[in-house]
Unconditional design. Sequence first.
Length: 269
Amino acid sequence: MEMVATSKMKRAQDRVVAARPYATILGEVISSLYSPELAERFPLLRQPKQVKRAAVILLTSNRGLAGGFNSNLIKEGRSLLGRLEEEGTAVDFHVVGKKGLGYFKYVGREIASSRIDITDRPTAEDASALISELMQAFADGHLDAVYVVYASFKSVISTPAVWQRVLPVTPPSQEDTDAEKGPRHDYLLFPSAEKILGELLPSYVRNAVYRALVETAAGEQAARRTAMKNATDNASEMINVLRRTFNRARQAQITQEIAEIVGGAAALG
C-alpha cells in the first residue's frame, strides 16, 4: 500500500502543479479587469454586508488508512460550521467523500447534499458539478457565501486542513499581483472587459474548487504513504523484537538441555 500510494501521490502532485499556473494567470487577468463600476453588474462579485446564509463544502476521502487526514478535515469543517453558526449564519452543509459523510451522519448533522463518486483523479467536470448550483443560488441571492474545506498540499509531509471562501469572488489585489508577477501586463480587450469578466468569473470559481479537489487528492495519497510507511516500520520493529525473544527462549532451552545431559553423564560416572 505504501508503494501504491507513492505512485498515486506522484501523479496527484503533478496535477496540483499543473493546476496552479492557470489559477495564477486567471486571477491576474480578473484583477486587471476588475473595477468597482463593473463589479456592480456581476452577481458573483456581490459583497454582502451580512452573511445570513452560507454553503460549506467539505472534501474528504472515500477510504481510510491515511492517518489523521480525514479527522483533521472533519475537525476543520466542524470548526468552520461552529464559527458561522455562532455568528447567526444559516449553513447548508455539503459533504464529499464517505469518511466525512459517515461521521456527520453518525453525529446527526443535517446534510444538504453528498457525493461519494468523485475518485482520487478529480476532473474539471467534478468541480463544475459541485459548484454550479451553488453559484446559481449565490447569483440569485439565496446564498451570501460559499466556503470549501480541503487539504492544502504544501509538501509531501505537510497537508494541513484549511478553508477558503470561493464566493463571493474577491479578485487578488493589483499590488499583490504585481509583487508576484513583476510589471503589470497590458491587455488588448476584445470584445469588452464586461463580456470577458462574464466568462472568466464562473471559470475562476470552478477552478478554485478544482484546485481544492486535486490538492485534497494529493494530500490523501501523501498521508496514506506516510501512514503505511509508519505501519511498515512498526511491523518490522515488532518482528525483530519477537525474533530476538524467540531466539533467547530457544537458546535458554538448548542450554538447559545441555546442562541436564552433562549432569546426567556426571551422575552415571
